[in-house]
Write a protein that binds this ligand. Sequence first.
Ligand code: M6R
Length: 611
Amino acid sequence: MCGIVAYLGHREACPIILKGLHRLEYRGYDSAGVALLNGDLNVYKKKGKVSDLEAYIAEKDTHATVGMGHTRWATHGEPNDENAHPHYSTSERIAIIHNGIIENYAALKKHLQQQGHVFHSDTDTEVFVNLIEEIQKQNSCSLEEAVRLALHEVVGAYAIVVLSKDAPNQLIAARKGSPMVIGIGDGEFFIASDATPIIEYTNEVVYVNDYEIVMIRDGQLNIRTKEDVSQTPYIQKLELELDSIEKGGYPHFMLKEIFEQPRSILDSMRGRLELEASHLNMGGIRAYEQKFVNAQRIIIVACGTSWHAGLVAEYLIEDLARIPVEVEYASEFRYRNPIITERDIVIAISQSGETADTLAAIELAKSKGATIFGICNVVGSSIARATDAGAYTHAGPEIGVASTKAFTAQVTVLTLLAMIMGQKRGTLTDTKLRELMVELDTIPAKVTKALELDTEIRAIAEIFKDASNFLYLGRGYNFPVALEGALKLKEISYIHAEGYPAAEMKHGPIALIDENMPMVVIATRDSSYEKVVSNIQEVKARKGRIIAVVSEGDKVIPAMAEFVIEVPHTSEVLMPLVSVIPLQLLSYHIAVLRGCNVDQPRNLAKSVTVE
Ligand code: M6R
C-alpha cells in the first residue's frame, strides 16, 4: 500500500509528480522518491515525507518531461533511503516503482544473485526490476516483452511503472491486485494509484484491470494482457471535483471530513430515499431483489471501521428484515474454510474498495456460489468491480487515514438496504417504514447539531488528553459505536482504548476501573437505556471517570456522570449516525492536543492492500 504516480508529456514532469505524491501521501508516508528520464535516468529518494524529498531535490537538476514517483508504506525492509522507491536495476538502466508485495522474492533474489545482480535494499521491488533486466538480457527482447515475461514469474500483488534509459519516451506499467488509473490528456499521459493526482489535468481516465500491461509511447496508449492479447482501453469520465480533495480551510482532512457528514450522509441517501413519494430505491439490488428476499443468511465481510459499520448492519438487518446475519473480519473469514452456500448473500463493505483481505474474502465466497454485494466509496475500485452488484456510498474522497464520513455513509446505505429488505419481505409494517423514512430524512440536520458540540468536546479533550487508557461502552446499536470510538482514539492519539458491550464490564474489564480510568459511555434513550444507567452506576461506585453521550434532555445521567454530551434524539435504529459524531470529535481533539499527526498516524496507511 503505497502511492505511485507517473507522467509523460510536454510539461515538466517533476512538479506534477510531486504534487501527485502529496495527494497520494495518505497511502503511505515513510519515504518517497522520483525517477526522471532526460537522457539520463536519475533517481532521487529520501526517508520521510514528500516534503523531505522536495527539500532534498531542490538543488538538483530535475528537468524532464518523463518521470515517476512513489510514496511508501514499508512492507519489506525498514523505512530508509535505500529501501525507498524508485529502485534501479543493477546496470542502473532500468528503474521501477511498485505498490504491492512479491511473495516469491527470496527465491528470485537468490537466482538473480547467482546471475551477478547486486542488491542495495531489502525490498522485493529491487528483485522485480532486476528480474526484468535479466529477462531482457537473456531474451534480447524489448522492455515491454521483458516486463510481460517477468509478470509470469512473480507471485503476489503489484502496480508497477517501469522506465528505461534505453527507451527515452516511454512508460510501461502493469497491475495485479493493486489499483492503477491512467489519465489521458492532450498529448500527455498520467498514471496513478487513484485519480487524485490526475483530476486537474484531465477527466478522461482508464482503470487498468488485473493482468494488464500498459504501454505509453509516441503519443499512444496501448494495453495488452499478460498473455499478449491487445485490449481496447475503456475511457471513462471522472466525476471527482478538485475541491473535494483539498482541505478547504480546515487544519486537517479528518476534521474537514467529520464536518462534511451532514452533506455526505445526504449524498448517500440521494435518489434512494424519496420521502414525498414514500419510496425507497437502490439501483444496485434491483437485479438481485429476489435473492435478497429469499436469502437464508447474510454474511458481512469487512475490516476496521467498515467492519464496525457491518456490526451496525447486523442489528439493522436482523431487526428490520429478519434475516440472520454474520459479521466477519475478512482476514479471518478468508482462512477458516467457512460454510457458504448459493443461498447466502455476502456483503463486502470497504471505503477504499482495495482492502486485500476483503477482496480475498469476496473471491472465496464467489467460488462457493454466493451472491456478492459490495458497499464501496471509491468508484471503479477493485472491490466494486469484483462484486456481482452493489451500492456506492457517495461520501466523496476520504483522505484522513482515520475513517469518519465513510462510516456514516456506509451505515446510511446499510440502513436503506435493511429497510428495503424489510419492506420486500413484509417484516416491516408500512407505518414503521414510513416513520423510519421520515426520521432518516432528519439525520443530516441532527448530525449538524451534534457537530455544534465541537467546542464543548474540545474542552473535555483538554482534560483527558494525557490519559493512558480509555474504555468505551455501549449496548445494542451503540455497541459498534463504542468499538468505533475506541478505534478512532487509538489510531490517531496512540492512547490504548477498548470498546465493550456495557454489560460485559462485570465479566472482567470492571477490574480495570479506578479514579484514573476515563470511560466513555454511550447512553442514549433506547431499549437498553435503563440497563446502561445501571452499568454507569457500577462504574461510578468504583470511581471511574464517566463521559456520557446522552440524548438531549436526559435528566438522569447528568447526576451520575462527570461530563455529559447531549446529542439530538433519534430512533434507536438510526442512533449510530448521531452518537458516533462526538466520539470522532473527541479523538480528533485529543490527538491534536497531544501533537499527533492526525491525518497520517504512525505505522498506518489509508488502504491496506497487503495481507
Ligand atoms: O478501505 P476499507 O474500508 O476497506 O478499510 C478498512 C480499514 O482498513 C479501515 O477502516 C481502517 O480501520 C481505518 N484506518 C479506520 O479508521
